[in-house]
Design a protein around this ligand. Structure first.
Ligand code: BGC
Length: 555
């Protein structure tokens, strides 16, 4: 009796992490063809099952027309967020930052201003890890060292004081490891959540996102919480000079290298973008800013040309139902099972926190409800060993990890999609490590890969529509877009799919360039802290000179 043929097993000689790193190094730079990334590749397996799954997952594909209308809806949402009269009811809040571009003067913090030289610290909180970074800014370049500290679920969902104590503790360890005691250390804090920015160095958390739910932080000034925690842990001379969003850090660090950079984009655990907007368009500026604008009316002409960084917080796009026409049942399920039901709906279709889970939910539907995946039948089942094997496999599908929420991490989606056409080594490894499935046929693998490709392609297309919307709004002949985040960095095709679709959606006369910013968010925070330091030093020098002048005129 022929035994049930085992499909080829994944060779487990390298850990998945090493493999991911390897994939990163060999990342495809050539965009895949349209057919390839939609799963209609040259896979040899085109049979009835394939056709059925292809049909069932078409709802994940967005037509050019749909994307163009998403862009239009978003443009309107941006307007509502910017305008004082509609801001309170808008989903996309368009938070003004205190970073302005007014190149001719040092008084306003221009994002092109030359920062001070020296050593600066940055903290980066907002994803799966927390980072402390030391940036040494030199005349023409910079030097960076950083340490990554893991964040447990207990920390991201427990009392806020525990989270800030942990941050302060990591900071103290970092300072001692890098022998920084005795230095005055200006610090930039990248805090990647929606905040009302009260000043450059003070921000109030509006709401947590990305699964963080720490108590006692929403509505609070995060700089004060951080400063108090630092004081509880050490007498180090650390001063928080700036607190900023990761998109802003990315924009600033890219602008430091390329002055055409006007847009900062993150496609990581979450998604968001900031951009340079003309100050007179930002009707919802802070009361203090309005005053400043009026007092400065003498340079009204300058003011017209002045721009400020606006943190869009576009993750909340669709929270009022405007995107329901394209959300699938899997999107509704993800939201219903989340800690923040009805919130961050755009982000839940794009961010790395959810891409794996979205793909898993589609796979579960196809495998368990439709029985079109992992159900390979042996030719004859009269052999006892085969029947037992089959029984065991069915049990594993229903009771095993496949049916457990968040068992497929987004890094495995990237791994699956990095398999070349008709080769499934990475897919098998991902299925084994995520779900314990070791019997996937080539056809199963091709289908899993198609599902993942559809989920990530939709994410890339949604980001493209949003980026195109901002580029069309800014209406500049050439704009550099600074980008950071794990989806953009690790997914083998995200970048090329996004570049292609954005080009299709942006008006012909506006050109753009995507600039990958390695560790941009942290670096940007250090640069802003350095500029703020310089600004303060110059103000103090001016004050001292004035006092000296007064003394000499009196004598
Ligand atoms: C946050 C943003 C952040 C983005 C990317 C979102 O969940 O609300 O502030 O920029 O994630 O990290």
């Amino acid at each position: 009796m022929a035994a049930l043929a085992d499909p080829p097993r994944a060779v487990l000689t390298t850990s998945s992490h090493e493999r991911l790193e390897q994939q990163l190094a060999n990342r495809y730079h050539e965009p895949p063809s349209e057919a390839q990334y939609l799963g209609l590749s040259t896979h040899t397996i085109f049979d009835e099952n394939y056709a059925k799954v292809e049909q069932q997952t078409r709802c994940l594909m967005l037509s050019h027309k749909q994307l163009a209308s998403i862009e239009l809806i978003l443009e309107n949402e941006f307007k509502r967020g910017l305008h004082r009269d509609t801001n309170s009811v808008a989903d996309i809040k368009m938070y003004p930052t205190h970073i302005r571009d007014k190149p001719q003067t040092y008084k306003i913090l221009g994002h092109f201003a030359e920062p001070d030289e020296g050593k600066f610290l940055a903290l980066d909180l907002g994803g799966t890890n927390f980072r402390v970074i030391l940036v040494e800014l030199l005349t023409d370049n910079f030097h960076m060292e950083n340490e990554v500290y893991s964040l447990t679920q207990k920390l991201t969902t427990g009392p806020g004081s525990d989270l800030f104590d942990y941050i302060a503790d990591c900071l103290v360890k970092f300072v001692s490891k890098h022998n920084l005691q005795g230095h005055r250390l200006p610090l930039g804090f990248t805090f990647s959540f929606p905040c009302e920015q009260e000043s450059l160095s003070h921000a109030r958390l509006v709401t947590w996102t990305k699964g963080f739910t720490c108590s006692g932080v929403e509505g609070e000034n995060v700089t004060e919480l951080l400063t108090a925690a630092i004081k509880r842990h050490t007498d180090l001379d650390i001063e928080v000079m700036a607190v900023l969003n990761d998109t802003v850090g990315t924009l600033v660090s890219c602008a430091y290298q390329n002055r055409e950079c006007r847009l900062g984009l993150i496609v990581g655990t979450g998604t968001n973008a900031c951009y340079m907007e003309r100050v007179n368009e930002v009707h919802r500026m802070h009361p203090g800013d309005d005053e400043q604008q009026e007092n400065n009316s003498h340079d009204a002409h300058d003011h017209l040309h002045e721009t400020t960084v606006v943190n869009t917080e576009w993750g909340a796009f669709g929270d009022n139902g405007t995107l329901d026409f394209m959300r699938t049942k899997w999107d509704f399920e993800i939201d219903a099972a989340s800690a923040d039901v009805g919130k961050q709906l755009f982000e839940k279709m794009i961010g790395g926190l959810h891409i794996g889970e979205l793909s898993r939910r589609v796979i579960v539907d196809i495998a368990i409800n439709m029985k079109l995946l992992f159900h390979q039948q042996p030719k004859q089942t009269s052999c006892l060993a085969d029947s037992e094997k089959l029984f065991h496999r069915r049990q594993l599908l229903i009771e095993g990890k496949l049916n457990q929420k968040y068992s497929l991490q987004s890094k495995y989606v990237s791994l699956i999609e990095s398999d070349p056409v008709d080769r499934f080594e990475n897919t098998r490894l991902a299925l084994l490590e995520s779900f314990g499935i070791d019997w996937a046929s080539d056809q199963d693998c091709a289908l899993v890969k198609m599902i993942c490709a559809r989920v990530t392609t939709r994410a890339a297309h949604l980001v493209s529509a949003a980026v195109a919307c901002l580029l069309n709004k800014m209406a500049r002949p050439h704009t550099v877009v600074g980008v950071d985040g794990s989806m953009f960095r690790y997914h083998p095709h995200f970048r090329s799919i996004m570049a292609k679709k954005t080009k299709e959606l942006v008006r012909d006369q506006f050109r753009f360039q995507l600039m990958f910013s390695e560790d941009g968010s942290g670096k940007g925070a250090a640069i802003v802290a350095a500029v703020a330091s310089k600004q303060r030093r110059i103000s103090m020098e001016m004050l001292r000179n004035k006092q000296l002048e007064n003394i000499s005129s009196c004598s």
